[in-house]
Design a binder for this molecule. Structure first.
Ligand SMILES: Cc1cc2nc3c(=O)[nH]c(=O)nc-3n(C[C@H](O)[C@H](O)[C@H](O)COP(=O)(O)OP(=O)(O)OC[C@H]3O[C@@H](n4cnc5c(N)ncnc54)[C@H](O)[C@@H]3O)c2cc1C
Length: 391
């Protein structure tokens, strides 16, 4: 009896996502996230839904594709080929959906989960503040105190992504200043039409033509207890639960971006002729290509191993931190080398490389700068190498 060959479902799905990104997203990637082209983004979202590619990693019972975590990590590599694909395919809401599914009350879930999964509403995480170091959230100054039945929030945040269109933001505020340091902060869901909440400006950020990151003021924002997310004092734990898988999705998207830059570099090296040979025949260029290939390959193994550890329920924080800073460096290096291979053309906006270069720089800062992740890794391995080394 011969076993039927199993169709490679994941491979076929990755092919479909790649066709969608190449055919639909790449032609409009310069404008798709701009506020004056929201119709373009809406069109891409509809097309993704029509092709059965929308929200593939979201839980099935909420209307998503229900892909297991590791499978969706694989899909994220393709999503990363173009920045707007992240929204066009619904990936952008996944971390908040998982956070609400895990920590939200039934009422909070009924209000927000459906519209988030459908892409009808956007949301943001308001943690970073201008006055204190974002990489050390223990210094957060935004406060939440109880006044009768209500919570009252006062504070100042910035770099809250999607503040330009969010229906609500999750704010991390100091609610219990005398508690143990890690239990001093709570998370609140703040609808953006609440009195006292204001987006005071949108920040213009390197590499992004659109302005989606907001500076926010919370001026005596009054909320009922129904807006507390999870338990009081759980703010940091909730933020970490949201960030762990998100860092893996991000690193996979950076791989997709780097692979696209690599493909452009090798194609040009094969075609371009100088000093008697193609560029591809020159040792210096082969060196650049081999360096990029090795970084992509090594990063891919690291990220997938971190994803496997998360999936197995292991303590993955060392692996995730390594994946974060190795992935960010890899992306910056690979795009930089691809520009070098293209000469002046690489710097022109005729090619996507100059935009990819500007976009890549943020990877070394968002979700914790490289230095903080190196600190986390070094601290764990100095404390106990045998227990914490990922090899
Ligand atoms: C595009 C983008 C989107 C973002 N989206 C969001 C969002 O949606 N919500 C949100 O809350 N925040 C968001 N952020 C903010 C981001 O999380 C912070 O920028 C990041 O955590 C670093 O905080 P910081 O900018 O305050 O830098 P700081 O904490 O002030 O650090 C500045 C620099 O100091 C150095 N440094 C810090 N700590 C150490 C250390 N221990 N050892 C050595 N050097 C150190 C690093 O070089 C670091 O870059 C976003 C940022 C960007 C750029």
């Amino acid at each position: 009896m011969s076993a039927e060959p199993q169709p490679d479902r994941l491979g076929a799905l990755r092919d479909d996502v790649r066709s969608f990104v190449d055919e639909e997203v790449l032609p409009v990637e310069d404008v798709a996230l701009r506020a004056d082209h929201r119709d373009v983004l809406a069109g891409l979202m509809s097309e993704a839904k029509a092709r059965g590619l929308w929200a593939l990693g979201h839980p099935e019972e909420l209307g998503g594709g229900g892909l297991p975590f590791l499978d969706y990590v694989d899909v994220c590599e393709i999503v990363g080929r173009s920045a707007p694909a992240y929204v066009a395919l619904g990936t952008h809401s996944l971390q908040d959906v998982l956070m609400l599914k895990r920590h939200g009350t039934r009422e909070q879930q009924e209000r927000w989960l459906g519209p988030l999964v459908d892409g009808e509403v956007f949301t943001g995480m308001a943690m970073t503040e201008p006055e204190v170091a974002g990489s050390d959230p223990k210094t957060i100054r935004t406060t939440a105190h109880q006044d009768g039945d209500a919570w009252v929030i006062n504070g100042h945040k910035w770099f809250t992504s999607w503040a330009d269109r969010a229906a609500f933001v999750t704010v991390i505020a100091k609610s219990d200043p005398t508690a143990d340091l890690h239990r001093q902060f709570s998370a609140f869901l703040v609808p953006t039409d609440t009195e006292g909440f204001e987006v005071t400006r949108l920040l213009s950020v390197m590499g992004e033509d659109e302005t989606i990151h907001g500076e926010l003021r919370f001026d005596g924002v009054r909320l009922s207890d129904a807006h507390l997310l999870g338990e009081r004092g759980q703010g940091f734990a909730i933020a970490q639960h949201r960030l762990g898988p998100a860092r893996i999705f991000d690193a996979m998207r950076w791989l997709g971006q780097a692979e696209r830059a690599f493909e452009l570099a090798t194609a040009t090296a094969r075609r371009r002729y100088a000093h008697g040979t193609t560029l591809a025949e020159k040792g210096e260029i082969r060196h650049l290509i081999a360096e990029s290939a090795s970084q992509i390959y090594a990063t891919r193994l690291i990220v997938l191993d971190a994803a496997r550890a998360i999936d197995a329920g292991d303590d993955a924080h060392v692996r995730v931190s390594i994946a974060k800073f190795v992935g960010a460096r890899m992306l910056n290096d690979v795009v930089d080398r691809a520009i070098q291979v293209h000469g002046a053309a690489g710097l022109s906006s005729d090619l996507p490389l100059e935009r990819m270069y500007r976009e890549a720089r943020a990877a070394r800062i968002i979700d914790g700068p490289d230095e903080v992740h190196r600190m986390v890794v070094a601290r764990a391995l100095i404390e106990d190498t045998a227990a914490n080394a990922p090899w």
